[in-house]
Each structure stands twice: as structure tokens, then as C-alpha cells.
Design a protein around this ligand. Sequence first.
Ligand code: ADP
Ligand code: MG
Length: 340
Amino acid sequence: MRTEIASLGEFGLIRHLTKNNETRNAGTILGIGDDAAVIDQFGRQSVISTDMLVEGIHFDLMYTPLKHLGYKAVAVNLSDICAMMATPTHITMSIALSNKVSVEALDEFYEGVYAACERYNVDLVGGDTCSSKSGFIISVTAIGEVAPDKYVTRGGAKPNDLICVTGDLGAAYLGLQLLEREKKIFLEHPGVQPDLQQQAYLVGRILKPEPRADVVEWLQEKGIMPTSMIDISDGLSSELLHLCRNSDTGCVLYEDKIPAHDDTRAMAMQFGVSVTTCALSGGEDYELLFTIDQADYEKVAHNSNISVVGYVTDKKEGLHLVTKSGNKHVLTAQGWNAFS
Ligand code: ADP
Ligand code: MG
């Protein structure tokens, strides 16, 4: 008997592989199933997360400058640490290299790695290097610290909590569409040099994401403890589904509250897609999605980095998007279903 991986999907596969996983150490406070694990070491708590980037799947070397790639490989891992309300402190960097990659290219890659380490005050403390027959593969493990029991999981949202997102959404998806479009033009007409100067914001969002360590720090300073948190790597709807599933709740999301940059709105028009679809189903924004108690509303209301986009409901009410025209649709991992 043979079961295709595709029949389980990514999350079904992870569940399948880890359903019999046992916890043997008392220090394992939080294991599989969140943005990062939490390990208690004699009263101090460490947060650990790991992520892989694979050439041809996560990045295309035709339009990804290696310096940006190095920066991004670190940044996306730090984002998972931030999503636990923790402060990143260390990373390890493992790389599998094809002979397409030169030492000069790797130097550039590491320039980006070190730039991200400097920017986020993180130490590179190890890794592994080997060869690959299928392109460049990058695996980063990030470690962070958090005051005892001050970490935030995906599982603590409760009905009537407010749903917040940081920054703006959908830009990275459009940045990627732009790069893909320019690549196609370049392959068909090699003489034409792409001019992406005008679209620096969108392209920057896909090539050089920034983890929201700033917002985590601000929340800590203000003493605001979100009830749940996740980072937005796969699109808002998919992350909301994770958050509500882990919290055993439903939610209502308002389309007109979803934050988008002006460049995102303009480019969505050009591509003929809805900005909402870019935010819900695009990915790689690396913003934070979190919930807060209503009592904390006043505290976040004036922070321009934070938008309140909806509220948490009882599980039985399901997950819904209220559109600009006031219609209510069921939210799915792909966005929303116009037929329900
Ligand atoms: P994120 O999108 O935040 O990086 P993932 O969706 O990749 O998180 O992973 C969800 C959870 O499953 C995490 O706790 C992760 O550590 C765990 N996980 C993913 N792949 C595996 C695996 N092959 N074996 C064990 N745990 C895994
Ligand atoms: Mg995550």
C-alpha cells in the first residue's frame, strides 16, 4: 500500500508523523504545533524554531540577490520567535550547496546573514555545510528567550477578544508576481532590463521581510499580553484558521479593516486581483496576527503599526469574513468562499 503525501497535505502530514511523539523531559513546556517550541531550563525559558528554504520552491536565484536571501533566511526564522512574544538571541545556519554557487556568491549570502544578525542583535553560533544535487538548500534554527511563562501561543484566544494584525498585508505576494512577470519578459526578450525602481516597496517586501520584533518589544513595554499570536507566513486566512483551531474558537474578520499599502492597492488593480485576496491568500508578509482582551483596546488603538481587523467568536459560529458590502462569507484556507 502506498499513500501519496499530497493526499494528507502539509499539516496533515505533520500531524501524521508526530501523532505518537512522546514528551520525556519535564523541561519541554510546549512541543510541536506552534510557531516555536518552549523549553524550560531551570526557570529560564528558551524558544526554538526551525525553517527551511529550498531553491526552486521558496526562492528563484534568477531574481533573488544572494544578500537578500541570506537576510531573509534569518528574518523568517526570527519571525517565528517573535510570534511567541519572545526575543531572538541565537541562530544556527545550515546550507547544502550545488556547484552552481561560488565562494563569491556565498560571501554575498553571508553578508545578508550577518546584516540580519546585526539588525536583530542575534548571534550565529553554528550550523552545517554539505553538498546538494538539487539546488541550494538553507536550514536555519532560531533560539530566543522569554520571561517565564510570558510566551504567547496560538491557542489562547477567547470569544470577544479583538483580532489585530501588524503592518500591512498582501504586498509580498504582489512583489513576487512582479518579479515573476519581469522574469518571463526577460526570458522572452533577454535584452530588456527590468525596471522595478518604481516598485521598491512591493519587491522589498518579498525579498527582504522584517520580523516584527519592534511590535513585540512595544507590547512588552506597554504590558500588553496578547491572548494568542502567530506570524503571517502563508496568508491571513490560513493563519486565522490555525489560530482559531488551536484556540477552539471562531472569528469575524472585516474586509475593510485589513490594512494594505497604497502601492499594494495600485498594483492589485493593475494585476486585476482584489487586495483582499492578496492579504488573505498571498503569503510571506511576516507580519504578526494576534488577539487581545477588549480591555486592551485603548492601548493599541493609537499605534499605527497595529490594526484591529475583527473579533473572536464561539467556535460554533464558525469563521467568517464580512465584506465591504456587508455580506458574510465563510473563511477558508484559500481565502473566502463566495458560494457560502
Ligand atoms: P511555521 O509556519 O510557523 O513555520 P509549520 O507550519 O512549519 O510552522 O509547523 C507547524 C508545527 O509543526 C511546528 O511546531 C513545527 O515545529 C512542527 N513540524 C513541522 N515539520 C515537522 C517535522 N517534520 N517533524 C516534527 N515537527 C514538525
Ligand atoms: Mg510561524
